[in-house]
Design a protein around this ligand. Structure first.
Ligand code: HEM
Length: 276
């Protein structure tokens, strides 16, 4: 299992440019991290927190996990803690960027190319799963993989006569950061793994549906299609994430949770190709 506290990453040249989301001072979670109560949220996204059905479903699923994967009596699972922090970063400021007024095929292609690089990087890392973190292998063939789908989508664009751009900074920087984390900081790496795949299954899918309708004449990309039941795939991965995190110290868990904001920033940077 992952060794001790995560290392800092002194060689990381420049952190992702920060987006101007505002997590206003509010409560703190069990790890002492800021929580969302004061954050202004995207209309429609704040609903998530009041969708009792979802919470109940998540709680029910959690009861199927081994006790070690759960937080304990009445406590949140580790994935729920990550989700809380991620949701606290969905602000009104971000809602403005959901406006697809400026969306173009060129911008969308840049987003898809950078996304392919990020998903490929994540998938290569877990597929290699070498010492010192052999448990990355737990996350092979989860069914959430997206790089093959993106490859096919980009092939389709090429066949339509579009030029496929080279990856740009939001993709290359995130990919480099992921590689570095995967070797030195497995807790932070896992946080990005969760954030990228779950963001794609949630907001990513929502944005994709809108943009496909607006600029692709309703052509539905493979990027937004999963084989089998997506909710089951997500639940299986949640259970694995909780299981892995259950072997971590409090310090390691805290470190992983602290990385959520960075993971959000990197992904938001990539999404910005669509909105600007
Ligand atoms: C304009 C940008 C975005 C929009 C409109 C958006 C929208 C949403 C929505 C609607 C949900 C809730 C889905 C549901 O459970 O019903 C969600 C969940 C989530 N989003 Fe975003 N999102 C955006 C950007 C991001 C970014 C940049 C990240 C960073 C990684 C992210 C990470 C997540 C995560 C981790 C969840 C929780 C998924 C889960 O655990 O079930 N989102 N988002």
């Amino acid at each position: 299992m992952a060794s001790a506290a995560a290392t800092s990453l002194p060689t990381l040249a420049s952190p992702a440019p920060r987006v101007s989301f505002s997590v206003s001072a509010a409560g703190k979670n069990s790890n002492g991290l800021p929580m969302s109560a004061g954050a202004r949220r995207v209309p429609g996204i704040s609903v998530i927190h009041s969708q009792r059905g979802r919470m109940v479903a998540a709680a029910a699923a959690a009861t199927k996990m081994p006790p070690s994967a759960r937080g304990g009596d009445g406590e949140k699972t580790f994935v729920e803690e990550m989700k809380d922090i991620a949701m606290s970063l969905h602000t009104e400021d971000q809602a403005r960027t959901v406006n697809l007024r400026n969306a173009t095929v060129e911008g969308y292609l840049r987003f898809l190319v950078d996304s392919k690089l990020v998903f490929e990087t994540l998938e290569n890392i877990v597929n290699r799963a070498v010492v010192p973190f052999p448990w990355y292998a737990e996350f092979q063939n989860t069914g959430l993989e997206r790089s093959e789908a993106l490859k096919n989508d980009l092939k389709w664009f090429r066949e339509q006569g579009h030029t496929i751009p080279e990856p740009s900074a939001p993709g290359t920087k995130h990919a480099a950061y992921l590689k570095e984390l995967s070797e030195k900081d497995s807790q932070a790496f896992l946080c990005h793994f969760y954030s990228v795949y779950f963001a794609q299954s949630a907001g990513g899918r929502m944005i994709g549906a809108k943009i496909d309708e607006k600029i692709l004449n309703k052509k539905e990309l493979e990027f937004y299609k999963w084989e089998g039941s997506l909710s089951q795939l997500l639940q299986d991965v949640r259970a694995k994430l909780n299981q892995v995190a259950s072997t971590w110290s409090q310090e390691e868990k805290k470190h992983c949770l602290e990385e959520v904001e960075m993971a959000f920033t990197y992904s938001m940077d990539r999404l910005r190709h669509i909105f600007t």
